[in-house]
Design a protein around this ligand. Structure first.
Ligand code: AP5
Length: 191
């Protein structure tokens, strides 16, 4: 099974592209943001605890998302592999994922990083606020904080993965279809 990271700042198109790629390549789409929002929607204790962290645009504790991912990996069958969207978000999460995969005879095969201009990220997220109902899309200050948290805590993963030879930047500007074709060209030889 292949393991592919779809990486990039908030609003770079990770979710949009992951849904399409998962369908085309028969991959299991694992979005920690979606999993956390499902906990909030279900009114679980975990969801209640994570809700205020997420609405400020801060990261939830590493152990919460690592646990979620491990249980999904172990319960997935009939798939060519996994597309990770919004995970890992810290170097510690990356190291945990590598360990988890190693124990199951797998590895991270590639990290596709969507590169999008700052102004375009903000424009996309403000646009989505109209329909998403996401509290973290509604306020420009929270959007800017999410981008800042990405630069500070998540971007260092790029250097970590570059040293392992799995870092692949992808132009994330253009139409959804254009970007989908670019990403597909990197996935086709792997899946
Ligand atoms: P998460 O749900 O992962 O949100 P995010 O990283 O902020 O990403 P977004 O969903 O905002 O953006 P995206 O890149 O998926 O873009 P999308 O395709 O939606 O995380 C939310 C929160 O959960 C975090 O802040 C944190 O609190 C917590 N969390 C989640 N995972 C965690 C983890 N591992 N560790 C700790 N905390 C975690 O596109 C955005 C918009 O742009 C859409 O409206 C879309 O239609 C539009 N769009 C997409 N592509 C294009 C295009 N080419 N042209 C025009 N519009 C486009």
């Amino acid at each position: 099974m292949v393991n592919i990271l779809i990486f990039g700042p908030p609003g770079s198109g990770k979710g949009t592209q992951s849904v399409r790629l998962a369908e085309k390549f028969n991959l299991t789409h694992l979005s920690t943001g979606d999993m956390l929002r499902a906990e909030i929607a279900a009114g679980t204790e975990l969801g209640r605890k994570m809700s205020s962290i997420m609405s400020k645009g801060e990261l939830v504790p590493d152990e919460v998302v690592i646990e979620m991912i491990a249980s999904k990996i172990d319960s997935t069958k009939d798939s060519n592999g996994f597309l990770y969207d919004g995970f890992p978000r810290t170097v510690a999460q990356t190291v945990s994922l590598e360990k988890m995969l190693g124990e199951r005879g797998m590895k991270i095969d590639t990290m596709l990083v969507l590169e999008v201009d700052h102004d375009e990220l903000v424009k996309r997220l403000i646009g989505r606020a109209e329909v998403s109902g996401r509290p973290d899309d509604k306020d420009t200050a929270v959007i800017e904080n999410r981008i800042e948290v990405y630069r500070e805590k998540t971007e260092p993963i790029i250097d970590y993965c570059r040293t392992k030879g799995i870092y692949q930047p992808v132009n994330g500007m253009g139409t959804i279809e254009e970007i989908f074709e670019r990403l597909s060209s990197y996935l086709s030889p792997l899946v």
